[in-house]
Design a protein around this ligand. Structure first.
Ligand code: PMP
Length: 355
């Protein structure tokens, strides 16, 4: 740290992203990307149409993409906001709606970026403990009188709450914004998007990074009432008006137009998820019920840190956190069947060696 950093940030703990090794090829099951490449039409859209126009700024309103998303989800253009990954969307959410008088609540075991943003903006926040087996109790958020952020399905647990339960939370906090982070909704979960019409305080956040095979393109979007979108726009235009680049916008439009390809990939991932859970079960692993493209699992005989390190030494990357309440567990992205078979083979070896 230099002597020049603002006092506001000298104790800030930054978010630590999952490992993105550039040196060696791993079976990469650590950051919940899709194992499938973008649809062929996406590659064509990026090559032909847009590279030649990179000398020009992109449309700051992202109108074509927003219209495409609005049509796909049955909402209006004014309901859609674009961001450079849903991480940027979260940043805008915390910056726009939260302050000393409007603190924020989120689950204590959830996406690690929530407390980082809360600390960045020096917000008072409640990290609400999950219940037994990492279950999120909706009642804990009803009438809480704070802004709320909930990842649904939750990360890293993979557990989901129902649309009815979300509605109760939204309805009981009419003077606060409830943001439902649906980064992993397209792997068998039910989206709460239909509630947006009914509740002006609901913001639903999604990403192109998982189901839509576009993590490297960095695109997230929010759907909410026009007034909320207007507020987000105000902050966006006060930080970076051109937050989505041309190539990503072209890729994203072609992605939405080829939805069937992604729906089919999701079916494969859901089948691979069931297969992996079953096979790990035979090896003595306990896995939480997951509606995401990852599972949260623990071995009854070997601790999570050892599993993570041994797998890494054998060329398979999964995610592990040293936090005491989840130190036994590893989060494993569901990839292709071949990737899952390598994982299982390496787990069998580890159990023989150290189990
Ligand atoms: N929300 C959750 C719950 C996540 O797990 C992630 C991915 N790490 C994100 C948001 C951010 O995803 P992205 O910025 O790639 O859209």
């Amino acid at each position: 740290m230099s002597k020049f950093i603002s006092k506001r940030f000298d104790t800030l703990e930054a978010y630590v992203p999952g490992e993105q090794p550039q040196d060696m090829q791993y079976v990469k099951l650590n950051t919940n990307e899709s194992p499938f490449p973008p649809a062929p039409a996406v590659l064509e859209a990026v090559n032909a149409a847009e590279i030649n126009h990179l000398n020009l700024y992109p449309d700051p309103e992202g109108k074509v993409l927003r219209e495409t998303l609005a049509k796909h989800y049955g909402v209006k253009l004014e309901n859609v906001f674009l961001a450079n990954g849903s991480d940027e969307l979260l940043n805008f959410f915390f910056m726009t709606f939260c302050d000393e008088e409007k603190p924020v609540a989120f689950p204590a075991v959830s996406y690690g970026f929530y407390p980082v943003y809360a600390n960045l903006y020096r917000l008072p926040y409640d990290a609400i403990p999950l219940r037994e087996d990492f279950r999120l109790e909706p009642e804990d958020y009803c009438g809480i009188g704070k802004n709320v952020v909930i990842a649904n399905p939750n990360a890293p647990t993979g557990r989901i709450i129902s649309v009815d339960e979300i509605e109760k939370i939204v309805k009981s906090n009419p003077n606060h914004v409830v943001m439902i982070d649906e980064a992993y909704i397209d792997f068998g979960g039910e989206s709460c998007l239909p509630l947006v019409e009914k509740y002006e305080n609901l913001l639903v956040c999604q990403t192109f990074s998982k189901f839509r095979s576009l993590a490297g393109g960095r695109l997230g979007f929010a759907i909410g009432s026009p007034a909320l979108i207007e507020d987000l726009d105000k902050i966006k235009y006060s930080t970076n008006s051109y937050n989505i680049n041309r190539l990503t916008m072209a890729a994203a439009v072609a992605t939405i137009e080829n939805d069937e390809y992604y729906v089919n990939n999701s079916r494969i991932i859901q089948a691979n998820r069931a297969y992996t859970v079953e096979e790990l079960g035979k090896l003595g692993f306990e896995t939480l019920p997951s509606k995401a493209n990852f599972i949260f699992t623990r071995c009854k005989t070997v601790d999570g840190g050892t599993i993570y390190r041994e797998l890494k030494a054998k060329g398979v990357l999964v995610r592990h956190w040293d936090k005491p309440e989840i130190a036994d567990w590893c989060r494993v992205t569901i990839g292709s069947r071949e990737q899952m078979d390598v994982l299982l083979e390496k787990v069998r070896e580890i159990l023989k060696e150290v189990g």
